[in-house]
Ligand binder design. Structure first.
Ligand SMILES: [Zn+2]
Length: 84
């Protein structure tokens, strides 16, 4: 575990991603994204999914809970696609 965001690995960054977005911060400014095309792509996916989710589920939900569900859905999808 490191306190330097530039030394953060993908797992650590992705663990913080839902929290960053849920608290209204802009994860696009995160130093990890400047060095990691994988996480840039992940964030772009998240934004697309979030936009679609807003249109599909207009019911108000706690923002953090919604993001946690989106992030965990993507992780599950990636985990299963690795083994197919
Ligand atoms: Zn990364």
């Amino acid at each position: 575990m490191t306190n330097d965001p530039q030394q953060m690995n993908c797992q650590e960054f992705q663990a913080q991603l839902a929290e960053l977005i849920g608290t209204g911060q802009n994860p696009g400014d995160h130093p990890h994204l400047k060095t990691c095309p994988l996480c840039r792509a992940l964030l772009a996916d998240l934004k697309t999914i979030a936009e679609a989710a807003r249109q599909m589920f207009p019911i108000q939900q706690p923002k953090e809970e919604l993001w946690e569900r989106i992030v965990s859905a993507i992780k599950n999808e990636e985990a299963s696609s690795k083994y197919n």
